[in-house]
Design a binder for this molecule. Sequence first.
Ligand code: UDX
Length: 446
Amino acid sequence: MKVTVFGVGYVGLVQASVLADVGHEVCCVDVDQDKVDRLNQGLIPIYEPGLEPMVRHNHDAGRLTFTTDAAAGVHHGKVQFIAVGTPPDEDGSADLQYVLAVADTIARHMDSPKVVVDKSTVPVGTADKVRQRIASVLKERGADVAFQVVSNPEFLKEGAAVADCMRPDRIVIGSDDEVAIEVMRELYEPFNRQQERTVIMDVRSAELTKYAANCMLATKISFMNEMANLAEKLGADIEAVRRGIGSDPRIGYHFIYPGCGYGGSCFPKDVQALIRAADGIGHDAKILKAVEQVNDDQKTVLMRNIRRHFGDDLKGRTIALWGLAFKPNTDDMREAPSRVLLAALWEAGARVQAYDPEAMEETQRIFGHRDNLVLMGTKEAALKGADALVICTEWQAFRAPDFDFIQQELRQPVIFDGRNLYDPERLAKRGFHYYGIGRGLSITQE
Ligand code: UDX
């Protein structure tokens, strides 16, 4: 099938590559000429496992093309995906200007029937706005061309985006139009061979499904972080509690890892957008507000522990920081807990020696050159002469470090672990001061 994808950001690029990989002919349109040129040379703007070879292979095979020519893009696809950004407005609600600009473009150039698909995470009611926008431009043009607008939200996780897209848990299709539903079924047929994963519903429910999924996951995390903070005060170990509750299949083991807060491009933005949308219709989204507040607080938990250990003034102190990305297997630092920590450490006068397996360039880009941040080439180098080690991201490479080496390199054997990677008892026996998240043991040992 011929498909056009507007916006080669994270979601658009992954979706386009995966669709091309199963044989569809995919044309990607973006306004960024530089990005398009680079993609045509096989250069990928983001780090995502498996994406680069997939883009190159399908581009070489002629099934995946990149252009800035919007008219050509509109003519190409029977299905037109809108996968452009919906950044937060000043008040946190989703800004739809890019989505609606694509709707305009499609309407200006279409001369055959189209199925227009909202892939971006958009507030409930957006499909109606896109439909109205297209209809009014067609009317201006005096053109009578059939189209349907479908909501088809994306659930991919960064770091596993290609795999998630290839083997989705579910494919949500929001539409009440038989023809559009049939086109979408045909498009996704290759992903349904093993098991039928399509869930058909009305457009508004599909739009809300996306927010409900992300908000539910964010709620699980904030809930666990709240439990962790309680556990800490009560002298209990949240890791034992986590295993204890996860064994109940109604709760499950997924997404109940306490930590130094959730970040990324989705959870913070989507929780806030749904709060604003609820406010806008006079509904006070109490749980979501608490989820956000607990998370903002949780991003300061590492600094609170550092202060507890060293006092408020960190002038002359050097902190080794492992992990800058908001989670492993990505170089993405949007809303990363490490950023909140860095700002607080600098404010208190500390110098930071940081290492991340993928996010070094991104860190450099964000912070530029500064005296109080030294980017180190390895996790080992980051330790040298530091007063303590802090862990913000649970990269695999941090899970089983050489503790003797850490002890030897640090000025004092202190670890602040924002992801509960290590066994507190074992580290205590080795003579470390170990601060985890919600592990009563670290408190009782003081
Ligand atoms: C998320 C959703 O998982 C995905 O379905 C949606 O489409 C986009 O948003 P992503 O932002 O890539 O994906 O990351 P995810 O793996 O969900 O992690 C989000 C944040 O939660 C990370 O900062 C992570 O460290 C944190 N997290 C996750 C926890 O603190 N504890 C957990 O148990 C799980």
